[in-house]
Design a protein around this ligand. Sequence first.
Ligand code: ZN
Length: 109
Amino acid sequence: MGRLSDSERKAIIEKMRAVESQHAQAGVSASSRIICHNCGHARPLRGAVRYDRYRLCNDCALRYELALAEGDVKTIEDFVLALGIRPEEPESEPQSRSLLARLRKRLGF
Ligand SMILES: [Zn+2]
């Protein structure tokens, strides 16, 4: 952490806030909720972002964008598999198996 400059960090935060206001302007209900694939909580649909087959709440999307920008993760799978919960049907994707194997190898179990 801390490899981003303050202005780079601020730009990412602004970008993710903008998603939320775009959703509000597009008429997305403030009471609509999604289950975030990263934190597992019911969070507002406003500001939620879909990456590949994962849907993240605004807070997690911000953390992902920051981790990505800092080079801590390379893909959404790295982020979700390393830090969060997995989506409903990971078995349907053979790719997730090898990712999991890679992660296991990295973590040593
Ligand atoms: Zn979340």
